[in-house]
Design a protein around this ligand. Structure first.
Ligand code: AN0
Ligand code: CP
Length: 320
């Protein structure tokens, strides 16, 4: 696997899930695979789960790991071409990327959407320069439009906890005080439409996700109807994706607290589980009683990030 951005990159999902459960049975069985191989993890944005789980996964595989926080210690990077670099940026991405590629065998990148220029974000302008110029396989650790390591972990979690062969999975928007990217819901929608689940997306009008990720999904604007009979409730905030309202890309269109997931919402489900990628703002996305309940999967879901990352890095190492 030369890069990991989309569900197609992992191949047949039944095989990927079987491999994940095999890794989970003994996560140290492939220690030789990564011997003398180096993973460089590059962060343009903050992280807890992705940083820790991806490094742990690499260590499970016997890899060496280097972590670079671009905005804490490295030179401030210019990402635009054709500019005169007389400002506060000392180095251009087009030099930094091949240099970083020379120190490692695999690169993983976190670079969130800027949420001001939809074309720049949805062209994956930053991370595609790593694909083009690093000379190394590139793994997305949440880029402008996707978070596949999260979505794969989410699917593993659903597979482990489903009570029926084809569970109903609902992605529900919830309010937030900041404008958040669409990467997590995009990848969750992409992976759920590829998986064998009954998938429904619910959000206020104007929050329609990009159709390249939602093809085949049902969109229900009435949250109660969407949540009826749900086996899994995946809550997440996202800002306006700019699909039906291009001028509103990246904006907060609603702060309607009736979309916050509380015990009443969970009563509408089929004794459903609650899921969220974390970090989560309690009181906005979900109430304390729901996220602390025995139907909340947020901790095992986060733990599965180590498994999804190990399967992905294993596939990349096997293709070197
Ligand atoms: C894993 C989630 C990362 C990010 N969350 C925040 C709070 O920026 C997001 O919503 O994309
Ligand atoms: N879910 C997730 O990716 O968490 P972090 O942003 O803490 O890495």
């Amino acid at each position: 696997m030369k890069s990991f951005f989309n569900v197609q990159d992992i191949g047949p999902l039944d095989k990927a899930l079987a491999e994940a459960l095999e890794v989970k049975r003994d996560r140290f069985q492939y220690q030789q695979l990564g011997k003398n191989k180096t993973l460089l993890m590059i962060f343009f944005n903050n992280s807890l789960r992705t940083r820790l789980s991806t490094q742990k996964a690499a260590m499970n595989l016997g890899m060496n790991v280097i972590v670079l926080d671009v905005n804490a210690g490295a030179w401030k990077l210019e990402t635009e071409r054709g500019v005169i670099m007389d400002g506060d940026k000392s180095e251009h991405l087009l030099e930094a990327i091949p240099v970083m590629g020379s120190y490692c065998d695999v690169i993983a990148v976190r670079s969130f959407a800027g949420l001001s220029d939809r074309e720049f974000d949805y062209a994956e302008t930053i991370v595609n320069q790593f694909v083009k110029y690093s000379g190394r396989p590139v793994v997305a650790m949440e880029t402008a439009t996707v978070h596949p390591l999260q979505a794969f972990a989410d699917l593993i979690t659903i597979e482990e906890h489903k009570k029926t062969a084809r569970p109903k999975v609902v992605l529900t928007w919830a309010p937030h005080c900041r404008a958040l990217p669409q990467a997590v819901p995009n990848s969750f929608a992409e992976w759920m439409t590829a998986a064998d689940v009954d998938f429904v997306i619910t959000h206020p009008e104007g929050y329609e996700l990009d159709p390249r990720f939602t093809k085949g999904a049902t969109v229900e604007y009435d949250q109660r109807k969407a949540l009826a009979g749900a086996d899994f409730v995946y809550a997440k905030n996202w800002s306006c994706p700019g699909v039906t309202r291009p001028e509103d890309y990246g904006k907060i269109l609603s702060s309607d607290s009736s979309w916050t997931i509380d015990s009443e919402h969970m009563r509408w489900t089929n004794d459903g589980y609650f899921m969220h990628c974390l970090p989560v703002r309690r009181g906005l996305i979900v109430t304390d009683d729901v996220i602390e309940s025995d139907h909340s999967l947020v901790i095992p879901e986060a733990a599965n990030r180590e498994i999804s990352a190990e399967v992905v890095l294993k596939r990349v190492l096997e293709s070197l």
